[in-house]
Design a binder for this molecule. Structure first.
Ligand code: TRP
Length: 443
């Protein structure tokens, strides 16, 4: 859950939902989590625990074929690329926590003009130095934890802090419902307009479901290689899926009322959406009591930093584990390569929102390109191949062993899972891909 809950839920989910028509997106997203996300997570857990190896080797070890090893390598590469641009946004959360600490949002709110929140964000991301500093700080924090070991520090603290984030989201939902844009926001988020569902929306929702559950990049597989023998994989996958989905849905309930309360802000504003709308929610809903606004805003951003850190750690760990286990490198040196490499790539992503904004590939900035290639291409391809692998290549008794270790998995549940992995998941992914290329005309 630490890996799964992060910026994907609170930042990327509302961004994608806003870009893809709100209610229609939510519906498809939930279907994707239940029908494809949870089975795939079970599959990744099974691969990880059965092979007891990092992602880069797990598929090769289980299939004894080199070609399947390539899937693992692609996943490691994807994790590395995601880490680079994800850390940029992670740096923003650090800056916002700092601004909350200095009570800057309250000062802005008192100016009475809500465009100051947008100006605040835009001038920050286009600054040539400040976001880079935040990016580096975040990457070093991640590096430090990965080198020191995940168990003692972060696992213990996130076990305490994550439930707080959850509780605070509940408080925020109540606050958001009192904002002037609440009715419009909820209508946008909860009323599906079926005519808006096309292959682009389905592809985005599917990618978002995988992204948010940390699938397709070996995080769940690498973590599962550390699972105990008696851990119940199916139950864990359901719990993580449910928690992750509820945080995302709550984020939507908080963001869209806020968006419709801020004049000039549209739900399809893109990556800046959350960072402009959120600080407003605190000030607006609790404007009467500045102390409350201060406490909530600070608590929220600090907890968001922690949630984000637990996600960047999982991404970093995938690449570090791969380098140190297969390239025979000491963990410490491997971790430095990963940190250094993602810092360099991250700098380009960050600058592409400011001084390098003129540099585009296929109409996308470097930042958007990273997101597109990793989430919509590599992640979906990995999901497809993983389900084919576990459904068709992995011996059924190996999967059954992983799933029945705690006793009573009903035979029926097992057959449903295998059916999903063999047919439903790969066919839906392939169908949406082909439809998007214009080769099928379903949607
Ligand atoms: N799931 C995380 C989030 O929602 C991000 C993340 C961590 C991730 N590991 C991943 C996304 C692996 C894709 C693949 O913030």
């Amino acid at each position: 859950a630490g890996s799964a809950v992060g910026l994907g839920n609170i930042w990327r989910f509302p961004t994608e939902a806003g870009n893809n028509g709100g209610g229609a997106f939510l519906l498809v997203y939930i279907l994707c989590v239940v029908l494809m996300g949870v089975p795939l997570m079970v599959a990744e857990f099974a691969v990880g625990r059965h092979s007891r190896a990092n992602t880069g080797s797990a598929f090769r070890i289980l299939s004894k074929r080199r070609s399947w090893g390539l899937l693992g390598k692609m996943e490691v590469l994807a994790a590395f690329l995601i880490l680079a641009y994800y850390s940029v946004v992670a740096g923003w959360t650090l800056y916002y926590a700092f601004q909350s600490l200095l009570n800057r949002f309250n000062v802005m709110a008192r100016q009475g003009d809500s465009s100051v929140f947008a100006d605040n964000f835009n001038s920050f991301v286009s600054d040539p130095w400040l976001p880079l500093l935040c990016l580096a700080a975040f990457l070093f924090a991640t590096h430090f934890v990965v080198v020191r070991g995940v168990k003692s520090g972060i696992e213990r603290s996130s076990k305490i802090l994550m439930p707080f984030l959850f509780l605070l989201m509940v408080v925020l939902v109540v606050c958001a419902l009192t904002t002037p844009g609440a009715a419009k926001g909820l209508e946008f988020f909860f009323t599906p307009d079926f005519s808006k569902i096309d292959s682009g929306v389905v592809m985005s929702a599917m990618a978002q479901a995988f992204y948010s559950l940390s699938l397709g990049m070996g995080c769940m597989c690498t973590y599962a290689s550390y699972f105990k023998r008696d851990a119940n994989i199916t139950k864990t996958a359901f719990t993580v899926g449910l928690m992750d989905m509820s945080v995302a849905v709550m984020a939507g309930i908080v963001i869209f009322p806020a968006v419709f309360s801020v004049p000039g802000l549209e739900p399809d504003a893109g990556p800046s959406l959350v960072f402009i709308a959120l600080p407003n929610v605190f000030q607006m809903a609790m404007g009467g009591i500045p102390a409350m606004a201060y406490v909530c805003s600070l608590a929220f951003y600090v907890l968001l930093v922690v949630a984000t850190l637990t996600s960047t750690i999982s991404l970093h760990e995938v690449v570090t584990a791969y380098l140190s286990e297969t390239r025979n490198m000491p963990r410490r040196r491997a971790a430095w390569y990963v940190t250094g490499g993602s810092l360099v790539l991250g700098i380009f992503c960050s600058l592409s929102l400011g001084v390098l904004s003129g540099m585009t590939v296929a109409g996308m900035t470097i930042f958007d390109l990273f997101d597109y290639v990793t989430a919509k291409i590599m992640l979906l391809a990995a999901g497809f191949l993983t389900s084919v692998f576990v459904g068709w290549v992995l011996k059924p008794h190996a999967l059954a062993n992983e799933l029945t270790n705690w006793g009573t998995l009903k035979l029926r549940c097992f057959s449903v899972l295998v059916f999903m992995l063999r047919y439903v998941v790969p066919l839906i992914i392939a169908g949406v891909f082909l439809d998007g290329l214009g080769l099928l005309n379903i949607l």
